[in-house]
Design a protein around this ligand. Structure first.
Ligand SMILES: *[C@@H]1O[C@H](CO)[C@@H](O)[C@H](O)[C@H]1NC(C)=O
Ligand SMILES: *[C@@H]1O[C@H](CO)[C@@H](O)[C@H](O)[C@H]1NC(C)=O
Ligand SMILES: *[C@@H]1O[C@H](CO)[C@@H](O)[C@H](O)[C@H]1NC(C)=O
Length: 377
């Protein structure tokens, strides 16, 4: 009897356990369904917020949707290769107040970039930073490549001066993958003073956009000499190289450090092959005092939306140079390398004045030709 009672209790408790399990499963199932819908809806709300001003039209719509509206889950996957791009990556901390220059853009960029890396094609550059050496070309390259619609080669390919024999396919192969909407860019400062470069570039494409970063030719020459001196400490003093006869004030225009700064001469050569409107001149001086202003004009010239603004920069007083901000998550801000903005060797006041004299007619002609006064006096 006792045995029977037990077994019947056992049976009903088994039944109870079964019903309990089933109802628990049901609850769980319902909960899961509801929860998922909730998540989906909140994701849609999230995406809607981030992606509402979709600028993609026509055939690009699908791809655009994929890039701009990837769900957070997708994003964490695709952000990785972007992060690997290294120290040149700069963006505002996400959630930064204000307009499109904030974290949103950075996120969109990361997604765009990784899409480009996977699906884009290698293309010949549509824009080149062609000079000048010691003008601030590295800074312009590092600043402009924050822009989501710019993909730049980090190294100097020297194609139109040293490697032209390797052919355009070799050159194209060096380029980063880009989407149709993105600009491919490289910089090689020696192009500006290379006789054959303008012709070669125009035979690649007559529509190539050319950026020249210029700077007071005297300061440029001293900076150039300082760089050489740091590699070869045995070279003669600056004034021995700069003059054929210093007491007569005869400058040695065949010395490269002097020759590069005769901008008007080199520019003539470029204007044999390009319209002036295809060239943009960045002031190396203003690039330091007002990087956002200079980069605003570079973006306009390249037909880009002004995304790089003063929010991206801060001024490092020790270095005397603007640096790029980094998002909180990735530590160090991006300043240019140690060699940039190094202190120049001291040059006698008299030597500087003699060189100013030497350059004056070239400067005047240069200002007239480009229709801008860079104020180098
Ligand atoms: C991302 O790429 C799409 C398609 O290439 C482009 O239309 C869009 O403007 C890009 N987004 C940004 C922020 O540049
Ligand atoms: C520079 O010119 C002066 C005057 O003509 C001359 O006496 C001197 O020898 C010259 N110096 C050099 C290094 O040629
Ligand atoms: C400023 O530059 C100096 C010298 O290069 C560097 O040691 C320092 O960390 C920089 N400070 C900031 C805040 O970037």
């Amino acid at each position: 009897m006792a045995h029977r009672f037990l077994s019947s209790t056992n049976r009903s408790s088994t039944r109870f356990a079964f019903i309990f399990t089933v109802s628990l499963s049901c609850t769980y199932l319902c909960y899961t369904i509801l929860f998922c819908r909730g998540t989906v809806m909140s994701n849609q709300a999230y995406e809607g917020r981030r992606c509402s001003p979709s600028k993609n039209a026509g055939g690009k719509k699908l791809l655009g949707k994929l890039e701009n509206c990837a769900s957070p889950g997708v994003r964490s996957v695709v952000e990785e290769p972007a992060a690997r791009r290294g120290p040149s990556e700069v963006s505002e901390p996400s959630g930064a107040p204000g307009g499109p220059a904030g974290g949103q853009w950075a996120d969109v960029k990361f997604r765009n970039m990784s899409v480009a890396q996977r699906y884009g094609d290698k293309k010949l550059p549509n824009a080149l930073i062609v000079g000048v050496k010691k003008g601030g070309t590295r800074a312009v390259l590092e600043f402009i490549r924050i822009h989501p619609d710019v993909r730049a080669l980090g190294t100097e390919p020297h194609f139109f001066d040293r490697n032209y024999d390797r052919g355009l396919d070799w050159y194209r192969g060096l380029m980063p993958r880009t989407l149709d909407s993105q600009i491919t860019l490289e910089k090689t400062p020696s192009y500006f003073v290379t006789r054959e470069a303008p012709r070669r570039i125009s035979s690649m494409s007559r529509e190539t956009k050319l950026i020249v970063v210029v700077r007071n030719p005297v300061t440029r020459a001293i900076s150039d000499y300082t760089q050489t001196l740091s590699k070869k400490p045995d070279i003669p003093a600056f004034d021995q190289l700069a003059f054929k006869n210093r007491s007569l004030g005869v400058v040695d225009a065949s010395w490269n450090a002097i020759r590069i700064g005769m901008y008007a001469l080199h520019l003539d050569n470029w204007l044999q092959h390009f319209r002036l409107s295809q060239m943009h001149f960045v002031s190396g001086e203003r690039l330091i005092t007002d990087p956002a202003g200079e980069m605003g004009r570079v973006q306009d010239f390249l037909g880009l939306k002004r995304i790089i603004t003063d929010k991206h920069f801060y001024f490092n007083r020790t270095k005397g140079f603007p640096c790029l901000k980094k998002p909180e998550s990735s530590g160090q801000p991006r300043c240019l390398g140690k060699s940039k903005g190094r202190t120049h060797v001291q040059i006698e006041r008299e030597v500087i004045e003699q060189l100013q004299e030497f350059y004056r007619p070239f400067n005047v002609k240069f200002f007239e030709t480009v229709g801008q006064d860079f104020k180098w006096d």
